[in-house]
Design a protein around this ligand. Structure first.
Ligand code: G4P
Length: 340
C-alpha cells in the first residue's frame, strides 16, 4: 500500500481546518470547537409500489419563475391596448384558462381563441363556443398550426370593438387604430398565432408615446395592431385534475412529475373514452380495457415490444410513448373538459 507522507497528512489536516499553525478568528474557533458530524449512513431507496389506478394521485407543483414581474409587465402593457385575445387549449378549456384574467384585463373587451381545435373533439368545441357566448364571451375555434379559423379573428374583433371605434371617431379621431394583446398560459400557441397572423402583414416599428421600449406592433389588418410580445399567464392549480390535465397535454413539463403515474391516470380516462384510435394503436381488446390501468400499461409495453432484460415490460418507456402519442392526438381527437 502506498504510504502517505507526513507533508501530505499535514496538508489534509489544514484543509479540514484542524491543526493549522495560522491564527483562527472567533468564528473559525467556534466552528472548530463543534464535534465532528458523523458520516451519514447511505439511505436505502425503496422502490415505490407500482401505481395501480385512480387511488394514486400526485401533487403537481409547478410555478414558473418571475410571476410577479410578468404580472406587472402584463398590467403595464394592458394599459396600451383596446382589447385582449386570450388563447386557451380547446382540449382543456378550464385548466388552460387563468381564472384571474377577467380581473387582470380590467374589463377590456376580450376574445377567446379555442386553439388546437384540430386535436379536440369538434362537438365538444362547438359546445364550448355556445357556452362561452351565453357568458357573453366571443369564442373562435382555431387551429393556429394550419391556420384554420384564424381568418375569423379580425371580423369578430371589429364587431367587438364597434362601439369603441365609433366613440373614438366621435371624439374626432380619423381612422383610429385598435390595439390588441395576446395572453395565455405557456404552450397554448400564443407565438404560433402571432407568427401566423403577422406573416401576412408588415411589422411596424411604432415607437409611440407610452409604448414600452422594445415593444413591436404589427398591423394585423387595416385599423388593427397587435403587440408582438404575448402576456404569459400562469396556470392555476386549484385542484389535482387541473395539474393532471395540463400535464397530459404537455402544457407543463414531464420532469416535474412521475411519468408512469401520469400515464396510469391518463389510461383511467382513455379506458372510459375507448376511442378506436386508442384500442387499434395499442392492439387492445375489450377485455384488456377491464384490467387495472398499471396492468394495461404493461400490456401496451408488451404489445409494442418494449421490454427490459428478463422480458419484463418497460412501463417507463411505454408511459413516455403513451403521453407523447396522446399529446400528438394519435389516440383520437379528445377533449378532456366539457362545459357544465
Ligand atoms: P406559446 O407561445 O403559447 O408558449 O405556444 P407555442 O406557440 O410555442 O406553441 C406550443 C406548441 O403548440 C408548439 O409545438 C406549436 O407548434 C403547437 N401548436 C400551436 N398551435 C397549435 C394548433 O392549433 N394545433 C396544433 N396541433 N399544435 C399547435 P411544439 O411541438 O412545441 O413546437 P413545433 O415543433 O411545432 O415548432
Amino acid at each position: 500500500m502506498k504510504k502517505t507522507s507526513n507533508k501530505r497528512k499535514n496538508t489534509q489536516q489544514t484543509r479540514r481546518g484542524g491543526r493549522s499553525g495560522a491564527r483562527m478568528n472567533q468564528n473559525q474557533k467556534a466552528r472548530s470547537a463543534k464535534p465532528m458530524q458523523p458520516k451519514p449512513k447511505p439511505v436505502k431507496v425503496k422502490k415505490a409500489p407500482a401505481p395501480t389506478s385512480s387511488e394514486h394521485t400526485q401533487v403537481i407543483q409547478w410555478y414558473p419563475g418571475h410571476m410577479t414581474k410578468t404580472k406587472r409587465r402584463i398590467e403595464k402593457d394592458l394599459k396600451l391596448v383596446d382589447a385582449v385575445a386570450e388563447i386557451i387549449d380547446a382540449r382543456i378549456p378550464i385548466s388552460s384558462r387563468n381564472p384571474d384574467i377577467a380581473h387582470l384585463t380590467s374589463g377590456k373587451p376580450r376574445i377567446v381563441l379555442l386553439n388546437k381545435c384540430d386535436m379536440a373533439d369538434s362537438r365538444a368545441t362547438a359546445k364550448w363556443v355556445s357556452y362561452l357566448s351565453r357568458e357573453n364571451v366571443r369564442a373562435i375555434p382555431v387551429d393556429c398550426k394550419s391556420g384554420r379559423g384564424v381568418d375569423k379573428f379580425v371580423p369578430v374583433l371589429t364587431e367587438l370593438l364597434t362601439d369603441r371605434i365609433e366613440s373614438y371617431k366621435a371624439k374626432g379621431m380619423v381612422n383610429p387604430s385598435m390595439r390588441v394583446m395576446i395572453v395565455g398560459i405557456p404552450n397554448v400557441g400564443k407565438s404560433t398565432f402571432i407568427n401566423r397572423i403577422s406573416k401576412k402583414t408588415k411589422a411596424v416599428s411604432a415607437d409611440r408615446p407610452g409604448v414600452t421600449r422594445g415593444n413591436q406592433w404589427f398591423t394585423v389588418s387595416k385599423g388593427f395592431e397587435m403587440l408582438d410580445t404575448p402576456g404569459v399567464l400562469w396556470p392555476k392549480f386549484d385542484d389535482q385534475t387541473v395539474g393532471e390535465h395540463l400535464a397530459f397535454t404537455g402544457a407543463i413539463k414531464s420532469e416535474v412529475m412521475d411519468t408512469e403515474l401520469l400515464a396510469v391516470r391518463l389510461l383511467d380516462l382513455l379506458k372510459e373514452l375507448n376511442t378506436s384510435e386508442f384500442t387499434e394503436r395499442y392492439k387492445l381488446s375489450e377485455e384488456d380495457l377491464s384490467v387495472p390501468s398499471y396492468e394495461l400499461l404493461e400490456k401496451i409495453a408488451r404489445n409494442r415490444g418494449m421490454l427490459i432484460s428478463g422480458g419484463e415490460a418497460d412501463t417507463e418507456r411505454a408511459a413516455y410513448t403513451l403521453l407523447d402519442e396522446f399529446r400528438a392526438a394519435k389516440l383520437g381527437r379528445i377533449t378532456l373538459e366539457l362545459p357544465q
